[in-house]
Design a protein around this ligand. Structure first.
Ligand SMILES: Nc1ncnc2c1ncn2[C@@H]1O[C@H](COP(=O)(O)OP(=O)(O)O)[C@@H](O)[C@H]1O
Ligand SMILES: CC(C)(COP(=O)(O)O)[C@@H](O)C(=O)NCCC(=O)O
Ligand SMILES: [K+]
Length: 262
């Protein structure tokens, strides 16, 4: 079994794949930079117990992280529990994808993983949208990562607004009765939901104008379902995109790791 783990700024998501690539379970736990290695190990054990799987069946593991202080602790915890040394997505990992980036290792490991998965799963050119802590849109064509945009995420934008405007409350993101807010809360909900959806539609259009029209727009991340339903463009939702990418990266690098005796 192959364990895949993505450490994002809000959640750590874990998935267990069979060697053939069938996802057995996917679970997530809140990201917390202050956790010790032991606490992370307990989180892993809990997740396996919850989904009635045995961590000793893990024969390979792969981790992507955009939270550097947690990467080493997660790798250590996986090694302690399964005896497997995880592959860390970063310099030295073969992606099979040409990356047009000025500083190669600056590109987030999560963006690398979901781009690899999108190229494997969908017709090109592709725009991959990750609605996580940050909202990112990446443009892929000719098996090449051509660049991305990074935008404040849906939740952090609305939290910043509530935090900085004395009369604006913290709100839950539910559908307002109409685009015209007639209470403060509905006005904020309308602004956040339709505003983010409109921004996504417009960014897709601008990226297509700057490159070529795309064959696929695919969205993932914790806020994907919330925003996709208000977008005018047809957008696929793929909740497993990032973890699938980690599984593919693991498979692509298997021979290389074997040769190095890892
Ligand atoms: N069940 C959920 N668990 C965690 N975050 C969620 C959930 N549903 C929606 N969200 C929202 O999704 C965002 C986090 O998305 P996620 O893809 O986990 O981010 P990251 O990859 O940055 O950790 C947050 O803005 C959060 O408000
Ligand atoms: C853009 C991100 C903050 C998104 O993180 P997330 O919302 O998934 O937690 C992350 O991919 C990151 O830190 N990237 C490094 C900078 C770059 O990709 O260019
Ligand atoms: K995540």
């Amino acid at each position: 079994m192959i364990l895949t783990v993505d450490i994002g700024n809000t959640t750590m998501t874990m998935g267990l794949y069979t060697p053939e690539g069938v996802l057995q379970f996917r679970g997530s736990i809140k990201t917390d930079k202050n956790k010790t290695r032991d606490q992370i190990a307990i989180d892993l054990l809990d997740m396996f117990q919850l989904y009635q799987a045995d961590i000793r069946d893990v024969t390979g593991a792969v981790v992507s992280s955009v939270v550097p202080p947690m990467t080493g602790a997660m790798a250590d915890a996986i090694r302690q529990l399964s005896g497997v040394r995880p592959m860390i997505v970063g310099p030295g990992v073969k992606t099979g994808m040409n990356i047009l980036a000025e500083v190669h290792n600056q590109l987030g490991a999560d963006i690398v993983a979901s781009s690899v998965a999108a190229l494997q799963k969908y017709p090109q050119p592709i725009i991959v949208i990750d609605m996580g802590t940050a909202t990112t849109l990446s443009y892929l064509g000719e098996s090449t990562y051509k660049g991305c945009v990074i935008i404040p995420g849906v939740r952090i934008a609305v939290e910043a607004l509530s935090g900085r405007a004395a009369e604006l409350p913290h709100i839950s993101l539910e559908e307002p009765p109409s685009i015209f807010g007639r209470s403060t809360i509905d006005a904020m909900r309308s602004g956040v939901l339709y505003g983010n959806a409109g921004m996504i539609d417009s960014m897709i259009q601008r990226m297509e104008e700057a490159a070529r029209p795309v064959a696929t727009v695919v969205m993932t991340g914790g806020n994907a379902a919330l925003i996709q339903k208000y977008c005018k463009r047809e957008i696929l939702i793929d909740e497993n995109l990032l973890l699938d990418g980690l599984y593919y990266l693991y498979q692509k690098n298997l021979d290389r790791r074997r040769k190095r005796g890892e």
